[in-house]
Design a protein around this ligand. Sequence first.
Ligand code: SF4
Length: 294
Amino acid sequence: MNTSPNSTPERSASENSTSLLPEDFQFSQGSLQDFDDCPRRFLLRHIEGRPYPAPEAEPIRENERRKERGVRFHELLCQEHSGVPREAVRRQASGDEKLEVWWDQYVHREPVGETNRTYAEISLEGEVAGYPLIATYDLIAERPGGTFEIFDWKTARYKPDRGQLASRLQTKVYPYLLAQAGAGLTGGEPPRPEQIKMTYWFAEHPDNPETFEYSDYNAEVDEEDLQDQVGKILARTERAHFEKTEDRTHCKFCTYRSHCGRGAQAGNIDDGETYLEETGSTQADLDDVEEIEF
Ligand code: SF4
């Protein structure tokens, strides 16, 4: 399911004529997070579309295995909320001990609880500064009483602390966009910010989800922040304006290390906190497998 706003505000002529952004550029929490972490990464990935020249983390095969398992877990939960019988979903996890444990923990906890309706893998499109702003949600649950809870499944071993999560662009963009562009879910006006909350559920830490309530105040602050962020991107009218980050911890697991002269050796995935924080920021968009690892 994909819902879009009825209209998109016009961009100013100066923005269109000087920005390096392609005319059809779409912002996502992933691209905004990339800019926040490193403007050069935003340029390389989202404007120039450069291929990823280096492995993201070592050991490479183990990293790939973890990503694939994360993707499979998301697929299982999508089926769960699309009406596939649980026995059939469980059978698909068999043969992968870790995946079975994650699924069993999910079923045992029932983190989603009572709902009127659920929307799995739903995409919404709104706008920021005249550009489309898009997101694909793992799950949006409509509660009795007309409130909405966004769920995001996380499969990484490391659980970020609440402060880290609060500062992620995902925590801002998801509820903001639902309040802006969620009319398709209500059949009328989009949900009000006070009707929205967002929960991260961690397969490796099933008893410690993190929930963030939303509000008019949050929505106002987020709108200001997002407009400001896009304004900074639009103000960079030359390639050289997209500077490399001074915080080299962002480079450790970045696929552009060799391109930037920031080291040839990838960081190790067992360097938990740094790796997981970084892979959360390297997503191109929500369909990107790297998102799964954060
Ligand atoms: S290697 Fe470092 S400087 Fe280069 S794009 Fe990645 S984070 Fe930015």
